[in-house]
Design a protein. Structure first.
Length: 220
């Protein structure tokens, strides 16, 4: 009787472990895909935004005027957007990445707040809200080599052990290094993002002008 109960308990435990393992395996495959998908979205938006702001296209001028911001604000945004796009895509540089993510979140949450403050509807603030959500998702899903240097706990030497024979825990930073060849793909990706931003600029100007007309910000 006891043997049969033990066998059933073991089978149930094995099934639960297999389910947990399978779930963890699936997440380990989904997570990098989700990370790069959200990262690509925000990097493309930052790159395109920097081009639009630095060239100060009509949509930018109209939107700044509508929200009550000065003209030179576009150049400030454009410069920081370019830096954030590079920092987020580049390998390593974990501290810069933290600042880039924070800046991106402030950018898009500020855009949402600005549109809400002047009474704009979802059509205006829904897009920056989506980009802000993607920035949060990318930050949460980023792999270990894109985070600040992690710390790990290790036991102190036996000579430092206390009366109970267990030494205090020490924190030691993990070292990380970035190989030069690791920059090839990020540089290529940045180049592609900016190439796409410039090549699609004429089309996007027409699209955004139509949107500005529909919103009533300018006359046709």
């Amino acid at each position: 009787m006891r043997t049969q109960a033990t066998r059933k308990f073991q089978e149930a435990t094995d099934k639960r472990s297999a389910t947990v393992t399978r779930s963890g395996w699936n997440w380990s495959r989904i997570r990098p895909i989700a990370f790069w998908a959200t990262t690509f979205v925000i990097a493309l938006e930052l790159a395109a935004g920097s081009v639009w702001n630095l060239l100060t296209i009509e949509w930018v001028e109209v939107q700044l005027h509508h929200l009550g911001y000065p003209h030179f604000f576009a150049y400030i945004l454009g410069a920081w957007q370019a830096g954030a796009a590079v920092a987020i895509i580049a390998p390593g540089l974990p501290l810069l990445k933290e600042w880039a993510y924070v800046g991106a979140f402030f950018l898009w949450s500020g855009a949402v707040a600005s549109h809400l403050s002047v009474g704009d509807g979802l059509q205006s603030w829904g897009v920056p809200l989506m980009f802000g959500a993607c920035a949060i998702a990318s930050w949460v899903l980023r792999p270990a080599d894109r985070r600040l240097p992690e710390t790990r706990l290790r036991r102190a030497r036996p000579a430092d052990a206390g009366p109970d024979g267990v030494g205090p825990l020490e924190i030691r930073p993990r070292s990380w290094a970035t190989r030069p060849r690791a920059w090839i793909v990020p540089i290529g990706l940045i180049a592609v993002l900016y190439a796409v931003s410039f090549l699609t600029l004429p089309v996007m100007e027409d699209v955004m002008r139509e949107q500005a007309v529909e919103l009533g910000w300018i006359d046709r």
